[in-house]
Design a protein around this ligand. Structure first.
Ligand code: ADP
Ligand code: MG
Ligand code: MG
Length: 505
């Protein structure tokens, strides 16, 4: 293993650490690497921000594994597009009759709406995915070389694309302005890879907008009430407007419940704009080309059945969904597990090179369903609990059950609910890595040194579903989130980790 993977970051005297922290937080605030502050209630027009939690040094990733992750993304883009287009498969795995939807209320609600939409006839065959595939470095103590293992594949609300670009730029700025005090031969410009995720994500949205092909339309971003990570979304809006001349409108499910209308004959989706946003020609409604969900990935976003109906209304239209309900279902942890079973990858990527399928397989940890008979299901999960994580069909962090918490959890889990959970072997990240973590409110002496684990995410987009069955796709950038070694979970929004970037080693 390369030296810096075991001895990182360089040791800095307090004075240099304080200087770096001042430069970092000032840069973050100047460049929109920011969040809304925690407040009981956000004012409608914000008056202040805090910098996002950040790492002072980039984290080491072997160059060959970074290149591998980018290569894998192109294959995953196609794989998940094809899963989303395979209704039989999704019915079987996620449906209410045979699959997870039978026992998981959230999955069932989404699947039922989708089935009804299929019965009515889907108005828009095209779908857009803005994906993020997440990985940890795997360095088991058995002497195997360090490898790349997939944590999960996100098909909805894949966030931190914009802020990860800013944090990569932050580290480049710290390097250029201080040389990182010449503390490591690895800290040089060639080892800090570019990250242009904002342009990439906006390009995906703009391509879908173009494919919709109608004048005077806008992209709708469906947002959560009280979202604090709004700047990560706003950067995409500015890019769409400045580079693609595409306007955006943001609304919550609650607003959409009264503003959204789908014309029954043309299936055109229009929204009533807020009073202040009435168009110059006096039109109070605007047609939507693409619906981009930064909400709707968690049951919390659907407090009533009417909220699911609003989701279904949007999908009943000819607006291109990002993601569609089937693409959201394709991102379920259950699908990730089923893909590892014999023959399933061939179903979707039978035309791919053997080498490509082998690369995907090599990126997987062992997984099984808690309801499985053949692989031991619950019994195997009990026996191997110390090396496992259990996952339900949820997104956004904080839902998993780890190690010693597994046996008591299994004691309490009704057997009927086992089908909603998968067991996954724990990835073993390299030891000996640290970083200086800076959270808002810490002051210039507030950088905290910690032993850390870094999670690499690769972004991609895919536009698919047209008659030619072609999947247009691209790998577009990356994210590194770094967390304290002793935290099981890793979400930035959930407060577990900080934004980071890469130094190639
Ligand atoms: P979510 O969709 O809620 O983000 P994840 O599958 O990404 O769910 O799990 C949340 C976090 O748990 C990850 O960011 C990672 O830190 C940790 N984690 C998940 N799976 C594993 C695994 N197999 N090995 C080690 N850590 C894991
Ligand atoms: Mg995750
Ligand atoms: Mg996820």
């Amino acid at each position: 293993m390369a030296a810096p993977l075991t001895n990182w970051p360089p040791e800095l005297p307090q004075a240099q650490l304080s200087a770096l922290t001042l430069l970092a937080t000032t840069y973050a605030l100047s460049h929109g690497l920011v969040y809304l502050p925690v407040a009981q209630e956000q004012p409608p027009a914000p008056t202040s921000v805090i910098h996002a939690p950040l790492a002072l040094f980039p984290s080491p990733i072997p160059r060959r594994l970074f290149e591998l992750a980018k290569r894998l993304q192109r294959i995953y883009n196609v794989l998940y597009a094809r899963v989303a287009m395979d209704a039989d498969f999704l019915d079987q795995v996620m449906g209410e009759e045979q699959g997870v939807g039978k026992v998981d209320e959230f999955t069932g609600q989404l699947w039922r709406r989708w089935r009804q939409l299929r019965d009515e006839g889907v108005a828009q065959p095209l779908q857009l995915g803005l994906f993020r595939s997440d990985y940890l470095l795997h360095a088991p103590s058995n002497g195997e070389p360090v490898s790349l293992k997939q944590v999960e594949f996100n098909t909805i609300s894949s966030s931190f694309g914009a802020l990860s670009e800013r944090s990569a730029d932050l580290h480049k700025y710290l390097y250029r302005s201080t040389g990182y005090y010449d503390t490591s031969p690895y800290l040089k410009e060639d080892n800090l890879p570019p990250n242009r995720t904002i342009a990439g994500l906006a390009e995906g949205l703009a391509e879908a907008h173009k494919a919709y092909n109608a004048p005077n339309t806008r992209i709708l971003i469906v947002v959560q009430n009280g979202e604090r990570n709004v700047f990560d979304q706003r950067w995409l809006e500015y890019e769409l407007l400045e580079k693609h001349s595409v306007k955006v409108v943001r609304q919550t499910f609650d607003e959409l419940a009264t503003s959204a209308r789908v014309d029954p004959s043309t299936r055109v989706l229009t929204l009533a704009l807020a009073p202040g946003l009435i168009l110059p020609d006096g039109a109070a409604r605007v047609e939507i080309s693409v619906v981009y969900f930064r909400a709707g990935y968690t049951p919390v976003d659907y407090p009533t059945p009417a909220h699911y109906d609003t989701r279904a209304l949007l999908e009943r239209s000819r607006a291109i969904q990002c993601p569609s309900i089937p693409l959201q279902l394709a991102g379920g942890k259950k699908v990730q597990e089923v893909l590892t079973r014999p023959g399933v990858l061939e179903r979707f990527l039978g035309d791919a090179a053997d080498a490509d399928r082998a690369l995907l397989r090599a990126s997987w940890m062992r997984m099984w369903g808690l309801d499985a008979d053949a692989d031991g299901g619950v019994a195997a999960a009990r026996a191997q609990a110390h090396g496992l994580v259990l996952k339900p069909q949820r997104e956004g962090g904080g839902n998993n059950v780890y190690k010693e918490a597994i046996p008591p959890f299994l004691d309490a889990l009704p057997p009927t609910e086992r089908a909603a959970w998968i067991a996954m072997e724990l990835i073993v990240p390299p030891e000996g890595l640290g970083n200086y973590l800076v959270r808002a409110g810490g002051g210039t002496d507030g950088a905290v040194k910690a032993d850390v684990v870094s999670e690499l995410g690769i972004f991609g987009w895919a536009l698919f579903g047209g008659q030619d069955s072609e999947v247009r796709e691209k790998e577009i950038g990356w994210l590194v989130r770094t967390k304290g070694k002793d935290s099981n979970e890793g979400g930035v929004a959930a407060g577990f980790s900080v934004l980071d970037s890469i130094v190639l080693v």
